[in-house]
Design a protein around this ligand. Structure first.
Ligand SMILES: [Fe+2]
Length: 340
């Protein structure tokens, strides 16, 4: 018996370094993305570095909860999710650690990353106004602010104020114009609604295509999804819709990010940083962005043919961290204005 105990102990000692090595070679990604191109993205990283990827997929809130529940022993190395608001929430929950990387600092535009390095944007979506080409853009509409003007009564189709995209968008208006003007704007938008806020971005596009309202507020990639849809009706809708990038004459169109950060308790911190560096490379950028019809964040990666067909646009350079910080106030303002 005694001998067997000794043997077991010896085996355990020998096994430990091997287990450690195996762990070093596997990076755990907790991701709320689920796109076909991601597989290719991860395989290419493994080919380049020898580091395997273990993918845990769930929605953003579930991933956050899981990392917190796992505590200091969490295997999570990298958290990938959409929207600066969600990344900031993860940061506030103490789930992410700040990192510095010369590659990321030089590759990712400053407005698309946390100034302290808790998270970095790896693709961009723009919040735009979509309209039916056949009906054209109503005259006088060029800015988000215009959506509140009385001549656009009954035309605006949008999601509810509690949605994270609506909140980020309103936060960008708040940053530009201050609380009083933003509340007046929100009241004007509510007065111009074609129906009570409901559904997702695609529902706004479908409503406008069906003649309910003229102006759909949507992220760019939802039009990309319709254009790629296997259903001919969806592709027909995508072809009918045109895109206005608002505020091109001033601050630029509001954008938000898909992004990632290194988990505070990451067992493989170095490999995690290497993975983020890799995500900022031109090839990885195209794969990451195309997975969801989004724009790459680096200048040397081209957007997809679909996005190029929408033309170039000027982005609001407001820092994504500032957007997140203004979000609670933006929501309160919309609620005061009666935006459901
Ligand atoms: Fe979305």
């Amino acid at each position: 018996m005694h001998r067997r105990h000794l043997l077991a102990a010896a085996t355990a000692c020998l096994a430990a370094p091997a287990a450690l090595r195996a762990q070093e070679r596997t990076l755990s990604l907790y991701s709320s993305r689920h796109y076909d191109t991601d597989r290719e993205l991860y395989e290419s990283f493994t080919r380049q570095t020898g580091v395997r990827i273990r993918l845990i997929e769930a929605n953003a809130d579930q991933l956050l909860e899981r990392i917190r529940a796992e505590g200091p022993n969490s295997p999570a190395d990298v958290l990938i999710t959409v929207d600066a608001g969600r990344l900031a929430r993860a940061q506030e929950a103490g789930v992410l650690q700040p990192i510095r990387s010369a590659v990321l600092d030089s590759r990712i535009p400053p407005h698309l990353r946390d100034p302290q390095g808790h998270w970095f944007g790896f693709s961009v979506r723009a919040r735009v106004v979509m309209y039916d080409r056949a009906l054209g853009l109503p005259a006088g509409l060029a800015r988000y602010e215009d959506l509140a003007r009385p001549e656009f009564r009954g035309m605006v189709s949008t999601r509810s104020s509690g949605n994270i995209y609506t909140i980020g968008w309103a936060a960008s208006v708040l940053a530009a114009n201050g609380p009083e003007a933003t509340e007046a704007w929100a009241r004007g938008v509510v007065a111009n609604l074609s129906r009570p806020p409901q559904g997702g971005d695609t529902d706004q596009i479908r409503a406008v295509a069906a003649g309910q309202g003229r102006l759909a507020i949507s992220n760019t990639y939802y039009l990309g999804h319709l254009a790629r849809s296997p259903r001919a009706e969806d592709r027909a809708i995508a072809e009918r819709m045109a895109v206005l990038f608002p505020n091109q004459g001033d601050r630029g169109t509001h954008v938000n990010i898909s992004g990632a950060g290194v988990v505070r308790t990451a067992p493989n911190r170095e490999a995690a940083v290497a993975f983020l560096d890799y995500l900022s490379g031109p090839q990885a950028q195209s794969l990451f962005a195309d997975g969801n019809s989004e724009y790459p964040v680096v200048a040397d990666a081209q957007p997809s043919a679909f996005l190029r067909s929408l033309g170039p646009f000027r982005q609001d350079p407001l820092n994504a961290a500032r957007l997140a910080a203004l979000s609670p106030e933006a929501l309160r303002i919309m609620q005061r204005a009666g935006w459901r």
